[in-house]
Design a protein around this ligand. Structure first.
Ligand code: SAH
Length: 360
């Protein structure tokens, strides 16, 4: 325990220190880790939790990631694409509800029609969401994969300012094992660098609990986040999805996977005290209390799903996706209750940029 307390108080951690912390499994030790991370979060950022309405606007995808339920080869998926007006409706609902920002997420496409469509969505959301409570309109995060620098620039100029692109694993060998050969780790890194050069607030993240992934790999992931100087982290457990090539390859129990994911949040918080860390939906797929546990381990962002319920079940990256039938208003109320139950407060009507981003 002395060694643990020393590590928790330390300001400089070696890769093996990080791996040691990530591997903590006895309840007392894991609780000490989470408490240290929560303390750091509250000290820097106070009890406020930023909210973003998540709009999953299309499950059409040109990629074949081996873990993902909406991969191109998955013929069983009914494909959808929300039209501009429906995306706008979802976004404007968020503005009304007090979510000061939205995340537009979809499968990956790079064709001109898609690029134009998303440009128009971003332009209209920024313009039409302006109000007395949101004088600059909604903040907009995009999460639509690898694109050319020109496309990233275009969407940035249209008024989006945060981009989420997970590296999935900072270990190139592990990345290759979970993607087809045409998807390359080095290209993803170039995309991240290009986003940063343009001026986007940059978010990345990884899948936790992948086959063959070691604690040392996860330690490398956290060092990668730091090296990249990213502003936000969205990471979560890998959930083995039926009808994907990785079906049946999971080796950790749900409890072990949850522990590992929470430890990842906590250690990331200790090493990167001023970034935004999301408590992701995938955590909730593992445990009904998943999002709360994420907040207790150092997360400070929550992204409730506000996608039209009509299509929500079609965006199934992984099984047991929570909130499929939950009404948007109910989910807002349950979010408030959840935050109150753990002594946290929603930060309504704010973009909620990370302290890290505001420092630049
Ligand atoms: N096309 C976009 C966004 C959609 S996927 C992009 O590639 O960035 C968003 C994230 O969902 C992925 O980065 C991946 O980390 C996660 N994901 C996909 N399949 C998953 C699974 N089976 N379990 C857990 N997370 C998964």
């Amino acid at each position: 325990m002395d060694h643990l307390n020393e590590l928790l108080a330390s300001r400089s951690h070696s890769r093996s220190d990080i791996a040691f912390l990530l591997g903590l499994s006895c309840p007392d030790a894991a609780l000490s880790l989470e408490s240290a991370a929560l303390k750091s979060t509250l000290a820097r950022m106070g009890p406020g939790v930023s909210t973003r309405g998540l709009i999953e606007f299309s499950n059409l995808c040109t990629c074949n990631c081996l873990y993902c339920g909406i991969r191109r080869a998955n013929q069983g998926v009914q494909r959808y694409w929300l039209d501009e007006d429906e995306v706008l409706e979802n976004a404007l609902w968020c503005a009304e509800a007090g979510y000061g920002s939205v995340v537009l997420q979809a499968g990956e496409r790079r064709d001109p029609a898609f690029i134009d469509y998303l440009t128009r969505c971003v332009t209209r959301i920024r313009k039409e969401s302006v109000s007395a409570t949101l004088p600059q309109g909604l903040g907009i995060t995009l999460s639509v994969g690898e694109q050319s620098p020109e496309t990233y620039q275009r969407w940035f100029d249209a008024g989006a300012h945060r981009y989420l692109l997970r590296i999935e694993s900072a270990n190139p060998r592990l990345f290759s094992a979970i993607h087809p050969p045409e998807q390359q780790w080095s290209r993803r890194v170039r995309c991240l660098e290009s986003l940063k050069a343009i001026g986007w607030q940059l978010g990345t993240g990884v899948l936790i609990g992948l086959p063959g992934q070691t604690l040392d790999d996860l330690a490398g992931d956290i060092l990668f986040f730091r090296e990249l100087d990213c502003d936000m982290i969205g990471m979560g457990p890998w959930l083995a999805t039926p009808d994907t090539p990785m079906q049946g390859q999971d080796r950790l129990s749900r409890a072990e996977l949850l522990r590992r994911a929470l430890n990842m949040i906590a250690v990331t918080r200790l090493l990167l005290p001023d970034v935004n860390i999301a408590s992701t939906t995938a955590l909730e797929a593992l445990s009904p209390r998943g999002r709360e546990l994420g907040l207790r381990a150092g997360a400070n962002v929550i992204m409730p799903n506000v996608t039209s319920p009509r299509v929500r079940a079609l965006y199934q990256l992984y099984p047991d996706k929570p909130g499929l039938n939950q009404d948007r208003g109910e989910s807002r109320a349950s979010l408030e209750a959840l935050l109150a139950s753990c002594g946290r407060e929603p930060r309504w009507n704010q973009w909620g940029d990370s302290l890290h981003a505001r420092r630049h």
